[in-house]
Design a protein around this ligand. Structure first.
Ligand code: AMP
Ligand code: MG
Length: 426
């Protein structure tokens, strides 16, 4: 990978969030995206495909709808009954058609047929007048004004939504509930998806304590592996938990080499900040090509990104993200840099989460020249308008601020202080 180049360019300076994202996307696109080896496929029953990534265009085997049918509960008739001048029509209803298989009765001039939504349209009918615009007269005739319906209305045509052989869902789609319903509506019971990217996670730090141990003085519980694991599982990745690794070159080297045997991606947290980075850097030089970046952002300034050399058991290099140790910084950098990269590696298209402008209910202090990710709560004010406020203290170690938040307030690189009522992106 060409991380050295990226590294040289940015080492002396702070890298902007936008440039860091672009550098990661470019490196992944040029090194992995076209590599078929990286993207293994598997076929799964439809109900196991939620959140997985479609491996090829899904072509419809049928026309949708499969038959001409009625879009309304009403009366089907031939539009030749309608004239240019509005007039009252009186038609003889010959039967009722329900959705499902029915006998096709011929509907002759002066006649109509009661149709329920989804009922097959008789060949001689092309228009349905909705029931609510009609009256049934005492003599049984159905009466309505000709200006309540135009020729062809409320008639769904065969193949109108989708024609047989056309793509219903495109390759690279992260499958959502509607996609699974759509596949089912075409009679498709299994899908070819990409195998889940294998992501190894590890926490580095001498102070870290496993949650199953009791907390000795000076130690802290390792929370990063749990927030990271959950982020990854929600994203549909396969997680390999490599535990806590102590801050010494031998243990770290061993852990990285072991992880790179099976994982497509390794994500570590901690050990990339000033001081510790020098030593991680040295080790990474042996194992692959990794850039150590200072990013103009808060929280989450230090980050390492690159690749580890292919091993005897795996011919592709392993992508490496070295995230900062602070629990909030881990999640911010995950969402800003790792999430999209993983989806991209796993073959997904269109992975960006949209930003939406909302009025800030509060003033926020912000320095220009870096991107800030405040934890926010979007809420409805008493007038029913959506607004956003921050979740109190914003320290990078305060995980509660993430837990209480329902969004990030993204204060862009060049933005300064925010006054109450200003628009901000969330
Ligand atoms: P570092 O980047 O290693 O200097 O860590 C920055 C801060 O995050 C320190 O206060 C660490 O104790 C803390 N930290 C590092 N790793 C973890 C972890 N896995 N869980 C919770 N806090 C951590
Ligand atoms: Mg540390």
């Amino acid at each position: 990978m060409e991380t050295n180049k990226a590294n040289q360019e940015f080492q002396s300076d702070f890298l902007s969030v936008t440039d860091a994202r672009q550098a990661i996307a470019d490196l992944i696109a040029s090194n992995y995206e076209s590599s078929a080896m990286h993207l293994r496929k598997e076929t799964l029953p439809l109900h196991q495909c939620l959140g997985r990534i479609l491996a090829g265009d899904l072509l419809s085997p049928i026309d949708v709808p499969a038959h001409d049918n009625s879009a309304m509960d009403g009366y089907a008739f031939n539009s030749s009954e309608l004239s240019d001048d509005p007039q009252n029509l009186e038609l003889t209803n010959i039967a009722t058609l329900h959705a499902g298989p029915t006998q096709m009765l011929p509907v002759k001039p002066g006649q109509c047929i009661k149709t329920m939504t989804g009922a097959l349209m008789p060949a001689t009918c092309d228009t349905v007048v909705p029931q609510e615009f009609t009256m049934t007269l005492s003599n049984g005739l159905v009466s309505f004004s000709s200006d309540v319906v135009r020729a062809g209305e409320n008639h769904r045509l065969r193949g109108e939504d989708l024609q047989s052989g056309k793509a219903a869902i495109l390759q690279g789609r992260i499958l959502r509930p509607a996609d699974l319903g759509l596949a089912a509506s075409l009679g498709i019971h299994q899908l070819e998806v990409y195998q889940r990217t294998k992501v190894a996670i590890l926490s580095s730090g001498n102070e870290l304590c496993d949650i199953h141990e009791s907390l000795a003085p000076g130690r802290i519980f390792d929370s990063n592996r749990y927030s990271l694991r959950a982020c990854l599982e929600r994203l549909g990745m396969e997680v390999i938990d490599c535990g806590i690794v102590r801050d010494n070159p031998d243990d770290l080297r061993r852990a990285f080499i072991a992880a790179a045997q099976t994982a497509d991606v390794i994500i570590s947290s901690g050990g990339v900040s000033v001081g510790e980075a020098d030593f991680t850097k040295q080790m990474m030089e042996e194992l692959g090509e990794v850039g150590f970046w200072k990013i103009a952002m808060r929280p989450g300034r230090p980050m390492a990104f690159g690749s580890l050399k292919p091993s005897s058991s795996k011919s592709t290099p392993t992508v490496f993200f070295g995230l900062p140790g602070n629990p909030v910084a881990v999640m911010v950098t995950f969402y800003q840099f790792v999430r999209n990269a993983l989806l991209q590696l796993n073959g997904a298209k269109r992975v960006e989460i949209p930003l939406l402008p909302v009025r800030s209910a509060v003033g926020i202090r912000k320095k220009s020249g870096r991107t800030e990710f405040q934890r926010g709560i979007v809420f409805q004010d008493p007038q029913g308008q959506w607004a956003v406020k921050t979740t109190g203290s914003q320290g990078a170690e305060i995980l509660r601020s993430m837990s209480e938040a329902n969004c990030f307030i993204i204060l862009h690189h060049d933005q300064g202080n925010i006054e109450p009522g200003d628009w901000v992106d969330v």
